[in-house]
Design a protein around this ligand. Structure first.
Ligand code: ARG
Length: 461
């Protein structure tokens, strides 16, 4: 305990299991670079406040850069008494440059504002990475949609065949969800980028450390305005976990679509070998494990979100050790979403589609709405045309034939507004999707517009 940074008032040793239970170094060491960055900014603030001489500050900076290098090279030696990344780095700094100067670094700072600052620095970097992965995913989807615009497939509601759509339209429907996620993630950044440093444990620093200067040094968007609010504030962690949960809902829903479409029964798409696995007993099997994991891991992310929200909901004001429980969910979530997005990108970039199977799954009854629309254009009220088209469906069912097999004379019996062009003009899937050319629809024009919208959006976010 003598060796612990806070050991002064202690005489007894920490119980070994308590040490293990209390430590966070085993997982927070991944923030080593953020911790060094925060400490360098703090040392500059101390110099500006007249607590450190320029020489001392330079010495601290040199030492901290060496600490960072040791972590980078895998040479940092962890001591059994090191508790977290903050105490470990400070302990090592003093070994390198000596306690006389090293011991001045923590002036006017607490691990409370330090850890909150480090987490924000660390998360901002990760968010930039995740944004990059999301952009790549969206672009892969947009490029595919552009290239495969000819393929028409059944669109489903309730997993029942509904109306024909372009495959590209379905694919882009998922891309738009990820684009909304990208937008939302960008909107989180200003709130992650609010600086706690200089607020110390809870009550602010008494050395007039210039916090606006610290903000500038670290490139944060804004300053926390109330030390008791900003030091223990973990809303940015919760918001990220919530963001991840929503993004993973989209991931999971897309995975479910593609799992269904890759079955032999549908056969619309086939995953590449790179993202499939085999069975240990059934030689013929090719399983969509990548998609199943995207679906499965969403549950894990929701769990991290709910778990951490429960950890903090009853904590009183200011820092409490409960807050250390923010790290494992956040880290796990960052890793899971980053990998999930990259896997989704790979799956989508390498799958192949089977337009013949898509076409074969289209049936005339999916144009029953178009049949009703035909009569609308002849001036019949839609409610009536819906009924007439329904009777045509019933007739086809009774005769065990397709809607397009019903003769013109029979159509004429259903309504005298039918003209000889009815069969040719209605029962054409290409026509059906092309008619839906209003913004948001599956026509070629619609696909082109969406692709342009997504590409331009990704560019500016
Ligand atoms: N490892 C701690 C955490 O992650 C750092 C802050 C510790 N502060 C304290 N007063 N014990 O939350």
């Amino acid at each position: 305990t003598k060796r612990k940074l806070w050991g002064g008032r202690f005489t007894g040793a920490t119980d070994p299991l308590m040490h293990q239970y209390n430590q966070s170094l085993s997982y927070d060491q991944r923030m080593y670079a953020a911790d060094v960055k925060g400490s360098i900014a703090h040392s500059r603030g101390l110099e500006k406040a007249g607590i450190l001489t320029q020489q001392e500050r330079e010495e601290i900076e040199r030492g901290l850069r060496q600490v960072e290098q040791e972590w980078k090279d895998g040479k940092f030696k962890i001591f059994p008494d090191d508790e977290d990344i903050h105490t470990a780095n400070e302990r090592r700094l003093s070994e390198i440059i000596g306690k006389d100067i090293g011991g001045k670094l923590h002036t006017g700072r607490s691990r409370n504002d330090q850890v909150a600052t480090d987490m924000r620095i660390w998360l901002m970097d990760e968010v930039e990475n995740i944004k990059g992965y999301l952009k790549d995913l969206i672009l892969v989807m947009a490029n595919r949609a552009e290239k495969e615009v000819d393929a028409i497939m059944p669109g489903y509601t309730h997993v029942q065949r509904a109306q024909p759509v372009r495959w590209s339209h379905l694919l882009l429907s998922h891309a738009h969800a990820f684009y909304a996620d990208l937008t939302r993630l960008s909107q989180l950044i200003p709130r992650i980028s609010t600086l706690p440093l200089g607020c110390a444990a809870l009550a602010g620093n008494p050395y007039s450390i210039d916090r606006e200067f610290l903000q500038q040094e670290l490139g944060f968007t804004s300053l926390g305005e109330n030390s008791m609010h900003i030091v223990p504030d973990r809303d940015f962690v919760i918001e990220f976990l919530q963001w991840s949960s929503l993004m993973m809902i989209h991931m999971s829903k897309m995975a479910e679509d593609f799992i269904i479409y890759s079955t032999a029964e549908f056969g619309f798409i086939q995953l590449s070998d790179a993202y499939s696995t085999g069975s240990s007993i059934m030689p013929q099997k090719k399983n969509p494990d990548s998609l199943e994991l995207l679906r499965g891991k969403s549950g894990r992310v929701f769990g991290q979100m709910a778990g951490f929200m429960m950890s903090v909901k009853g904590t009183p004001s200011t820092y409490n050790k409960d807050l250390q429980e923010d790290k494992e969910p956040l880290f796990d979530c960052v890793d899971t979403v980053a990998n999930s997005i990259r896997i989704a990108e790979g799956v989508i970039a390498t799958l192949s589609i089977n337009p013949e199977k898509m076409l074969a799954a289209l049936t005339d009854d999916m144009l029953a709405t178009d049949l009703a629309d035909y009569l609308v254009r002849k001036g019949v009220p839609f409610r009536e045309t819906h009924h007439i088209s329904g009777r045509a469906v019933a007739l086809a069912e009774k005769n065990k034939c397709n809607l397009s097999d019903i003769s013109f004379e029979q159509y004429r019996e259903l309504s005298d507004k039918f003209e000889p062009d009815v069969i040719e003009s209605v029962f054409n899937f290409e026509n059906s999707v092309e008619k839906r050319d209003a913004v948001g629809g599956p026509s070629r024009k619609g696909i082109e517009r969406q692709v342009g919208y997504l590409k331009a959006g990704v560019e500016k976010l």
